[in-house]
Design a protein around this ligand. Structure first.
Ligand SMILES: Nc1ncnc2c1ncn2[C@@H]1O[C@H](COP(=O)(O)OP(=O)(O)O)[C@@H](O)[C@H]1O
Ligand SMILES: N[C@@H](CC(=O)OP(=O)(O)O)C(=O)O
Length: 420
């Protein structure tokens, strides 16, 4: 069995969805579990619905929701021939549930409502694609992943219960393949044992696909992207990038950790644990070789790998009483960052101060200052970038940093990181 993952970009237009069908058709006769994300930027749109709903602006939330509904109906009408296709009733049921939620008075946490509403994107996209595939002769079963992926209730970043999910996989997913070659399901979402929807973290569909690949002992996982494969830098940010034909799991984990926004960082572990290769392929041209990610890639020829994180803030946390920054104070500071869900992208400490680079999020910085201000003086610079280069060389660094005002640099044998 193979596992395919199609992300939002591959479903962003009618032509692209048709292209996805033609890719799947070219694998006729193979058993494929297909994981699908929300179409285009639907998740961002749904995030706006949640924000308005939670701020008490119900009307606006409802209008935005209706806009999303109308967009999906239009896509369905353009793709489907049968105006009485049962998928229309299924879509209606999803909207009605979302509208009920928006009609409620918020009494639970923001994160709870986020998951109940944002999960709609994947339910809509999979229902439409599954119905379209069936009409187009690609017989498939639509599966609600919330009947399979059991998680805790850590809303927006739920953790999978591997035992229950594995049992569901064996009992509910494997039998579907007795009758059909294709099963279509949602990435990014799951459910608690109370049947509440959860999400697994933004861009989490790559990870969902990896969980399926692991539990179904798939021969491979392929994620279909709008790029020819994994490149040595984001082609949207750097000119003259090169494709990487093969690379190891550990190198990709490093790239994802430093912020390369091409594969979700949690994706690799479930694959590495079972030695399942991960292919990154181009949905615009399936014949391009793409990238193979595995344990034993030949990385002798690996080019320097560049990762740029923009919109960064460099925080300086200095003790007010001239007390040293000790293991104890660092562990206290870390615990606060953890509680506020602030990820540290780079850190450095000196005698009485601790510096770190984090993503710019005004609310979180404000909350952090509130907690720390009695014991520490906090200052920060915003509008920064964090550049990471793996397998660097000096001429390349000089070129990348030309004309940049550098605020902090860390170098090891393989990796250099610069805040500028
Ligand atoms: N090292 C990299 N190699 C290739 N693409 C990258 C890299 N880093 C970032 N990207 C970006 O990832 C995008 C593809 O991923 P993404 O848009 O998340 O796809 P989807 O959401 O459809 O799965 C590319 O268009 C590219 O801009
Ligand atoms: N739709 C979710 C999950 C996801 O993984 O999407 P994509 O595959 O398009 O990055 C998100 O946008 O976060």
């Amino acid at each position: 069995m193979k596992v395919f993952k199609f992300g939002g970009a591959s479903l962003a237009s009618i032509e692209r969805i048709q292209q996805v069908a033609s890719i799947v058709r070219s694998f006729a006769g193979e058993k494929i579990l297909i994981v699908i994300s929300a179409m285009g930027k639907t998740t961002n749109e749904l995030e706006k619905v949640v924000q308005h709903f939670y701020n008490g602006q119900k009307e606006t939330a409802l209008q935005l929701l209706q806009g999303i509904e109308a967009q999906h109906l239009q896509v369905a009408r353009q793709l489907l021939h049968n105006p009485d296709n049962p998928v229309y009733a299924q879509l209606q049921q999803f909207y009605t549930e979302a509208e009920w939620t928006v009609g409620e008075q918020p009494v639970q946490s923001f994160d709870y409502y986020y998951d109940q509403l944002v999960s709609l994107g994947e339910l809509l996209s999979t229902a439409i694609v599954s119905a379209y595939f069936n009409e187009a002769g690609l017989a498939n079963a639509w599966m609600d992943v919330r009947d399979v992926f059991r998680t805790d209730d850590n809303y927006r970043d739920a953790n999978i219960d591997w035992n229950v999910t594995q049992r569901n996989m064996t009992q509910k997913v494997v039998p579907l393949f007795n009758a059909l070659d294709l099963v279509i399901t949602q990435g990014f979402i799951g459910s608690t044992d109370e049947n509440e929807s959860v999400t697994l973290g933004r861009e989490g569909s790559d990870y969902s696909a990896a969980v399926f690949a692991n539990m179904l002992d798939a021969e491979s996982q392929t994620i279909w992207k709008d790029v020819e494969g994994l490149k040595n830098a984001d082609p949207k940010l750097f000119p003259n990038t090169v494709n990487i034909p093969e690379i190891t799991y550990s190198e990709v984990i490093e790239m994802a950790y430093y912020g390369a926004q091409v594969i979700h960082p949690k994706t690799i572990k479930p694959l590495q644990n079972k030695q399942i290769p991960l292919y990154v392929k181009c949905f615009l041209n399936k014949d391009l070789p793409g990238t193979r990610i595995s344990e034993t890639a030949d990385t002798a020829q690996l080019p320097p790998i560049i990762v740029l994180k923009q919109n960064q803030v460099l925080l300086s946390i200095t003790s007010r009483d001239f007390g040293f920054i000790t293991e104890k104070s660092i562990s206290n500071i870390y615990a606060i960052f953890h509680r506020l869900k602030i990820q540290i992208n780079l850190m450095q400490n000196a005698a009485i101060s601790f510096s770190c680079c984090i993503d710019h999020n005004a609310e979180k910085i404000e909350a952090l200052i509130k907690v720390l201000q009695d014991a520490f003086k906090i200052s920060y610079n915003e509008g920064l970038s964090l550049l990471t280069v793996r397998h660097y060389n000096q001429p390349l660094l000089d070129h990348l940093l030309q004309g940049k005002q550098q605020l902090l640099e860390q170098k090891s044998r393989h990796t250099v990181q610069v805040v500028y």
